[in-house]
Design a protein around this ligand. Sequence first.
Ligand code: NDP
Length: 323
Amino acid sequence: EAAKPGILVHGPKKPLVERGLAERFDVHVIHSPEELEKLPPAVVDNIRGIAVTGLVKTDAAMLARFPKLEIVASFGVGYDHVDFRYAAAHNIVVTHTPDVLTEEVADTTIGLLIATLREFITADRYVREGKWPQKDYRLSPGSLRDRTVGIVGMGRIGRAIARRVEACGVPIVYHSRNPAPGISYRHYPNLIEMAKDVDTMIAITPGGASTLKMINAEVLKALGPRGVFINVARGSVVDEEALIAALKDGTILAAGLDVFAHEPNVPKEFWTMDNVVLLPHIASASIATRDAMDQLVVDNLLNWFSGQPALTPVAETPFGKRE
Ligand code: NDP
């Protein structure tokens, strides 16, 4: 019997992934780059697939270690943590987990938007601190009524967010590089122009070089003093220092943030601000949705090594199975 293909499982512990791969593969689990150094050469030489179980940096130097590498199955729909350019140039397929998290992330986004506008988190704290019997909680300066929402990124998740915002009876426009097929909301090729016309902005683009700090001081200024910024994309899409300044000096009203530039570290300045809602990157983080994402990581590898195409390759690596 031929040796089982070696699979490296790298990242946060994922029992579903380990169990799903155990039967068909020779599985090696590591949780840190240091453990990578300790893998015996015979193991390294037999690794044909990598399961990346979190947003763990998987760069060219890491991929180059494995001479027989065919596929990197990454957890999450965003894959800016994987060097997909290196993979594409070396015929290595990268897969991700689109669709299975779309509705969950859109739900979270709406929750974060309303919690930010209507101050749910500070109001909850108000009740717990026993302040209600003395005085009613203040009226929130923010409201979803009479707003216009500009969505930055109108892909799978952007559309799911738009459907929900539409149900709230609020007009929607969007920015992306190209108009999204089949979408009738007004498209702004220019982000600043959109920021001038809206008071509420939701970022849901990929991270990486093309979106780096695209939400900058100029965009926040254009959003204006009623402005609310919601980020469920990546921390890298916003200039965090500019955002902190804009929230402090009233350039914008408030922000709801699920993602940060240097996770899990969140700038201390945010901790004491009442006009921000801070989430620890949980947009997709329910048990049910995370299980579906884990299973899709497993299924991509199972399919690939049974001679089928990967189920959900990223756009940059549309390769089939090599003979
Ligand atoms: P899609 O690929 O379906 O959509 C991406 C959208 O972003 C497209 O409309 C695309 O349009 C637009 N876009 C890409 N690059 C740029 C750019 N440089 N400038 C402006 N717009 C751009 O992805 P999904 O909707 O499935 O996911 C989007 C992202 O959401 C993920 O990549 C991830 O970063 C983030 N995410 C965050 C989660 C969280 O836990 N907070 C959970 C899930 C996803 P065009 O190409 O025309 O520019």
